[in-house]
Structures are given as structure tokens and as C-alpha cells.
Design a protein around this ligand. Structure first.
Ligand code: ZN
Ligand code: ZN
Ligand code: FE
Length: 754
């Protein structure tokens, strides 16, 4: 006879709020096993008892068939005493200690729920339908453990039908915390022309006619408000650009489905997978056909995403257009609006209608942005769907808060061996964004029960994030910007050794007081050695160069030709105001307010200006983006660098000027310039490998969001049997550096303890 035994199983990872408990219940029923399951704040605990030879199959299925959004990091199985249990139960959650388990990110509505929308009497066309496999999570959670009363669903009491499903272990909505239906759940309200509409069918048809008429509507989404209009309507898109103020950026477009997206963009297999994943990020695609609304502003990329809320699907069913601009509801650098009151105040005056619903968004999150580079998805803005998934690291990072950079800020907290990056916060120089920053740090500390004992900050003394860190009254470790970039990528791939680090970005504070940004480093988590960098160039006017890219262009010409550049017969020089040229040239000569920079982004800015692609940037990194976008594919030649001075671009600038004077097409010039940069990296990395024997190469910094550059160097290095690493789940731009700061600080703390 088969002996009865008992096991106690502890599961860690993303296992709460992702349909894990009902899954385990169904599994137990299937295997005819008794026991219980319980959510604790630090893990999910499962006790099973049954015939000895049955239990291993249960454990195997547990590992291999978890729900789509679940991620099991660790399962520990211990022997336990049989208690003669008669059934399998789900026990109440327990809040045991300061340890916390993972919080699930928000999950796109699942196919089963889309099916139910058309079948279940109480949820016919109900726009807040969800189940244990889908729906809001991070955006509504106030505290741990993840139970309805700790979310913004707490105001809604379940009706009888929902309650029955919630209590029925075999139901797909068993313990689905945001469970709701037409009778008991949240509802939309449309505010337009001084009137309120609460009937959902009437709301849908009103929204459909507004969109048809080219109007702009503010719509409450999952992590914040969107501004929405027909992406094919040029007039509406132009007006939306005016409403957003200063925002010269291309808009992201939500397509009805994959075939509509395919009409306007090339979509590879990997990009399809990214578009259709439960995360549903905006995916940066190569555009194929111009969108009539002018959303791309002359760039050859198109930010596309697919519906992820039930409302999006219900709307597209009725709309004539197959594409909507859906851009974050905010103005110039402010955080995305989440409150109904704010939307009805600030947004309402700018748009034709506001669509709200009566459930609060607690944690703000933007749409995430992904680009597939080298066959792998690379997140560039990390928010909805990613946050707050932790990075598991091999070190104790507990109690450390890393405050991040100043632009595209994310901060990072350490909990045990989990590094948890915040959602995309934004540009801290904006006062509202700074308030969002401090508020979110407070919320993360509460949610994860952590009180920082060590702070990691950028070395830049004037970053607001650095000052914030220094004001907290605990020990502070300063981490060099590009070292942090490299360490962040190492953390994602679990590297803890000396690597070759290639970090290219716009600006970062260097230890010599100059602005760095084209760094070749031999680096580990503990330290770095600056091996090489591009020649310093002067930035006339300092910070002004980020918007006025012509200044950098002028500086590069001055560096290559001296005053003689004034005689060059170039449209770029001819088009500049003579007085301005004289002033800036004098400043360069006398070195007045011309800080030195080795920033790769600045070099791209300068070339974008000289070639006439971008003399004034209306958004961050416009110059480099235009230069990449203009590039002609299939060109393999490059400009030759000065002999013996591989890091000096003077000769390359002179060859670009010659090409321009000979009327070589700018796309060809751009390709040759890109190839020169790729070659400079390849040669330098080759030397570093030769000297050190290191073959692992970390590629990081915002410049590697450039697909041509990144793929070019990845393929060259791979051919030489070197191993390139480019971050995937962490942004390679400043949004990722908090993770690196955390790692470097943790290593320093570890060393002082020894
Ligand atoms: Zn669902
Ligand atoms: Zn209900
Ligand atoms: Fe950076």
C-alpha cells in the first residue's frame, strides 16, 4: 500500500496576483491531493499530503505549468507531518514579517475575459472585466499582502455573483482581487460639453463620434490618463501636438490589431511577440508606409502598441479608424495625470471631452517602451507591465536606496537580494515630477517595509537626485555615472567580474570634473579604470547645447579647422546668423563657458547639425535619432580616423564636410559616420581584450538605443568570439543607472564589513 506523506512547499517569485492560487488548487484537484495554500507577504506556502508516489508529479507541474504572468524564482520543498487533511483549501493571507513577496505588474486583459465579454450575462461589454490571469495589479495596490482591501478596489463591495465566483475554488476568478461586474464594479463617466454621461453604451457611441469628428479626448487608462485622437486625422494630430506644448516628439499609436500595425510598419517575429505579450509595451518599429496623421515627424520609426484594456477592445469594435494616437496625459515634463479631479481641471480646458472612471489609480505608470535590437527586446522606458518586478542579484542589497539620475529618472531599492527599480519617474527638474519622485520613494519604502540605511547617488553634485540622497541623514556613497551604467547591465546578467565596459551616452559627471560620455572602462562592481574615451570637445554655452545642437556642430568645425571653418561653403554655416557665429567662435577661442565633454550623444548632435538634419532639438536626443533615422542601409565604407589618434574625430569631421561639399547624400554620410563609430569601438575593445584577456563586453548608455550602432558592434564582437551584453529588461539609458548605483554601493558595504 502507498504510504501517505506530507510536504511543505515554499514558492518565491512573482506568484501573487497572477492566478497562482487557483492554478495550484486545480492542480491539487487534478492530482487528487489534499492540503492548503496561503499567500504570505514573503512567499506562497503550500502544504500537500497524499500518496507518496503522487506528490512529485504535483511539484513538477507546479514548476512547469504556472500561469503566463507568473515567474517562479525558487521552490523549496520540505518534509512535513501528515495531518489527515480531507480537502484542498485556500487559507487567509498572513502578514508575517518585514519580508515581502513580489507584487505583480499590471497584466493586459486575457483572451478568456475577452470571450466572457460577449457571453457572461453580468459582464456583457463590461469594461472592467478581469480574472486571476489578467487585470490591474501594481496600479491599484496600496499595501501588502495583495488582497482586495489593500487595493483601490476596497470601496466596491462584491455582488452575489462576483462573491460566488470569488469563493469558488474552481472558478477562474477565485480570489481575483479586482473582480467586478456590471452590477457591482467601477464605471466610466464621460464629461463633455458641461454634461455627464454614465450609460456605457451611450459613452461608447459618443466617443466614437468624437473621434470621427477629429476631437481629442482625455481617457483614464490603467496607470494614468491618455490623450486620444484619430491617428489618421492630420488636423487632430497637429492640434494634439499643440495641446501637449513643447512636445515635438513622435506619438505612439495604438492599432486595432496586428494586421493594421503591419500596414504601416515592418514587424518581425520578435516584435510580434513583444507587441502581443501580456506586458503590451509600445514597440518601436521600422515604419513602412507614412501615416497620414503625421505622427512620426519624419522619423523612420513608429511606436506601436495593441489594445490592453477591455475598453480599448470595446472601442475599436465600434470605431471606423484602426489607429489611435494614445499619448500620456501630461504637459511638458510633468508626470502623467492620474486623478479624476486633476483631469477635470487641467486637462479639461485643453481637450473636447474627459472620460473618467471611479476607481483610483494608486501607483502611476506610463506605457513602457521597447525596441528589438539584436533579436531581443530592450526596454527603453520601463513602467507598466515591468514594474515592480525585481532583479534578483547575487549580493545582499538590503536597506540600500539608489536615487538614480536626474533625467529619465527611476530609483531603485534593495530588499534582501532583490533590486526593485521604480517605474519611470521622468525629469526631476520639473517640480511636479520631483514631488512624484519623493512620494513614490515613500510608497516603495512602506510597501516593501524598508528603511534605507545606505544611499547610493550619482557623483554629480547638482543632480536633484544626488541632493535628495544627501539630505536623508544616512551614509551616502557616490557612484560614477558610467560605472553605474555598466554595473546595471552586469546586474541584469548576473556578472560579477572584470568586464570591458563601453558606455556611450549624452552626459555624465566625470571624476576629472569634465563631462564624460564615450567611456571605455575595465570595470567590475567594485571599481573601474578609464581606459579610453573620445577626444574632449568644447560645449559653447554649456547646457544650452542640448536644445541648440548647432552650437555643438559649430564647436566640432572649430576643433577640426580652427577659424578657417568660417570660409567653408556649407549650408549649415551659411544659415547661421553672422553675429551669433562671431560670438560663439570667440567664446570657443577664449574658452569662456565652454565646458569639455566626451559625450557620444553630443558628437551625434554635432554631426546632425552639420549635415542639416537637426540644428535645434525639440526633444531629448532628437539629433542622434534623426541621424540614425536618415541612415542609408547597405553602405559598408567609413571615414578614416587620424593615424595614431583613433579617438579623435577631427579628420572624420573634415571628411564629412568634404562629402557635403561634393553633394554626397546625407543618408550615405550618416551611414559612413555610424560605421566609423562602430569601427572605433571595435578597434578599442580589441586592444583592451588583447591587454587584459577579457572577452565579456558590456555595451550600455543611451547611445545604444541606436539599433544600427548596437547591432553593428554586437555582430562584429560576436564574430571575434567576444561576448557582448546589452541590457534587455533594464533600460540602457539613465532610467537604468539606479540599479548600477545600488550594486556598486552594496559591494562597497560588503567590503567594509569584512
Ligand atoms: Zn482574464
Ligand atoms: Zn459583481
Ligand atoms: Fe547616462
Amino acid at each position: 500500500m502507498n504510504e501517505t506523506i506530507a510536504l511543505l512547499i515554499r514558492v518565491q517569485g512573482r506568484v501573487q496576483g497572477v492566478g497562482f492560487r487557483p492554478f495550484v488548487y486545480r492542480l491539487a484537484t487534478h492530482h487528487r491531493i489534499n492540503g492548503w495554500i496561503m499567500n504570505r507577504n514573503d512567499a506562497v506556502m503550500i502544504k500537500i499530503e497524499g500518496e507518496a508516489d503522487r506528490l512529485p508529479f504535483f511539484v513538477e507541474d507546479l514548476r512547469n505549468h504556472a500561469p503566463v504572468a507568473a515567474q517562479i524564482d525558487e521552490i523549496t520543498v520540505d518534509n512535513d507531518f501528515p495531518e489527515n487533511l480531507h480537502d484542498f483549501r485556500i487559507l487567509d493571507s498572513q502578514d508575517l514579517s518585514d519580508d515581502t513577496s513580489e507584487i505583480s505588474p499590471d497584466i493586459a486583459v486575457c483572451p478568456d475575459c475577452l470571450d466572457d465579454l460577449k457571453k457572461q450575462p453580468c459582464r456583457l461589454d463590461y469594461p472592467f472585466i478581469n480574472c486571476t490571469n489578467c487585470g490591474p495589479r501594481f496600479s491599484i495596490i496600496r499595501d501588502f499582502p495583495y488582497d482586495r482591501n489593500k487595493t483601490t478596489m476596497s470601496n466596491f463591495s462584491m455582488c452575489r455573483t462576483c462573491r460566488t465566483e470569488y469563493d469558488t475554488m474552481s472558478d477562474r476568478r477565485f480570489h481575483a482581487q479586482p473582480i467586478a461586474c456590471n452590477a457591482c464594479g467601477p464605471q466610466y463617466t464621460l464629461h463633455a460639453g458641461g454634461r455627464k454621461e454614465e450609460d456605457f453604451a451611450a459613452i461608447l457611441s459618443a466617443v466614437v463620434s468624437f473621434i470621427g469628428e477629429g476631437k481629442i479626448i482625455a481617457v483614464k487608462g490603467l496607470g494614468g490618463f491618455h490623450l486620444m485622437c484619430d491617428a489618421h486625422n492630420h488636423h487632430a494630430v497637429t492640434r494634439l501636438r499643440a495641446v501637449k506644448k513643447r512636445e515635438g516628439k513622435p506619438f505612439a499609436v495604438m492599432f486595432r490589431d496586428l494586421p493594421s500595425a503591419r500596414e504601416y510598419a515592418r514587424v518581425s517575429e520578435e516584435e510580434t511577440a513583444a507587441l502581443e505579450s501580456w506586458i503590451r509595451p509600445i514597440v518601436l518599429l521600422e515604419s513602412k508606409k507614412k501615416m497620414p496623421g503625421g505622427v512620426c515627424l519624419g522619423l523612420n520609426t513608429l511606436g506601436a502598441f495593441l489594445p490592453y484594456m477591455p475598453f480599448h477592445y470595446l472601442l475599436f469594435e465600434k470605431l471606423d479608424t484602426d489607429a489611435l494616437v494614445l499619448t500620456s496625459g501630461n504637459f511638458a515634463g510633468e508626470p502623467i495625470v492620474i486623478d479624476n479631479d486633476a483631469a477635470l481641471g487641467t486637462l479639461r480646458t485643453e481637450v473636447d471631452a474627459v472620460l473618467t472612471y471611479n476607481r483610483d489609480i494608486f501607483n502611476r505608470s506610463d506605457d513602457s517602451v521597447v525596441r528589438v535590437i539584436g533579436g531581443k527586446d530592450r526596454v527603453t522606458r520601463r513602467s507598466r507591465g515591468y514594474v515592480p518586478s525585481p532583479v534578483r542579484v547575487s549580493m545582499d542589497v538590503d536597506g540600500i536606496l539608489a536615487t538614480g539620475a536626474e533625467l529619465s529618472n527611476c530609483f531603485c531599492i534593495g530588499k534582501g537580494n532583490h533590486a526593485i527599480l521604480s517605474q519611470h519617474i521622468g525629469d526631476l527638474k520639473n517640480a511636479e515630477t520631483y514631488a512624484f519622485y519623493t512620494e513614490t520613494i515613500g510608497r516603495f519604502q512602506k510597501l516593501y517595509r524598508m528603511n534605507p540605511s545606505l544611499l547610493a547617488v550619482d557623483m554629480h553634485p547638482d543632480y536633484l537626485s544626488t541632493r535628495y540622497g544627501e539630505d536623508q541623514g544616512v551614509a551616502v556613497i557616490g557612484v560614477q555615472h558610467h560605472h553605474a551604467h555598466i554595473a546595471a547591465c552586469m546586474a541584469e546578467y548576473g556578472l560579477d567580474e572584470s568586464v570591458i565596459g563601453v558606455c556611450f551616452d549624452g552626459t555624465g559627471y566625470g571624476t576629472d570634473g569634465n563631462i564624460w560620455g564615450s567611456e571605455f572602462m575595465i570595470a567590475g562592481l567594485d571599481d573601474f579604470r578609464r581606459y579610453a574615451h573620445f577626444d574632449y570637445m568644447q560645449l559653447p554655452g554649456g547646457d544650452k547645447v542640448s536644445a541648440e545642437t548647432w552650437r555643438t556642430g559649430l564647436s566640432l568645425l572649430f576643433k577640426a579647422y580652427g577659424r578657417d571653418f568660417l570660409n567653408l561653403d556649407l549650408p549649415f554655416v551659411r544659415n547661421l546668423d553672422k553675429k551669433v557665429i562671431t560670438l560663439v567662435t570667440e567664446a570657443l577661442e577664449k574658452r569662456i563657458n565652454t565646458p569639455l565633454s566626451s559625450g557620444c550623444g553630443r558628437l551625434f548632435d554635432g554631426v546632425a547639425a552639420i549635415t542639416g538634419l537637426c540644428t535645434h532639438a525639440s526633444f531629448h536626443a532628437e539629433g542622434p535619432m534623426r541621424l540614425e533615422s536618415a541612415l542609408a542601409h547597405g553602405i559598408s565604407d567609413r571615414y578614416e580616423a587620424d593615424k595614431g589618434k583613433p579617438m579623435c574625430f577631427d579628420s572624420i569631421i573634415r571628411q564629412i564636410v568634404q562629402d557635403l561639399m561634393q553633394k554626397t547624400p546625407v543618408p550615405v554620410i550618416s551611414a559612413r559616420f555610424h560605421n566609423s563609430i562602430i569601427w572605433a569601438i571595435f578597434e578599442t575593445v580589441g586592444k583592451m581584450r588583447h591587454e587584459t584577456g577579457i572577452t565579456k563586453v558590456v555595451l550600455t548608455g543611451g547611445s545604444f538605443q541606436n539599433k544600427y550602432l548596437a547591432e553593428g558592434i554586437i555582430s562584429l564582437l560576436s564574430r571575434e568570439e567576444m561576448k557582448p551584453y546589452l541590457a534587455s529588461k533594464i533600460p540602457c539609458n539613465d532610467g537604468g543607472i539606479a540599479l548600477g548605483q545600488l550594486m556598486v554601493a552594496a559591494r562597497q558595504r560588503e567590503k567594509t564589513k569584512k
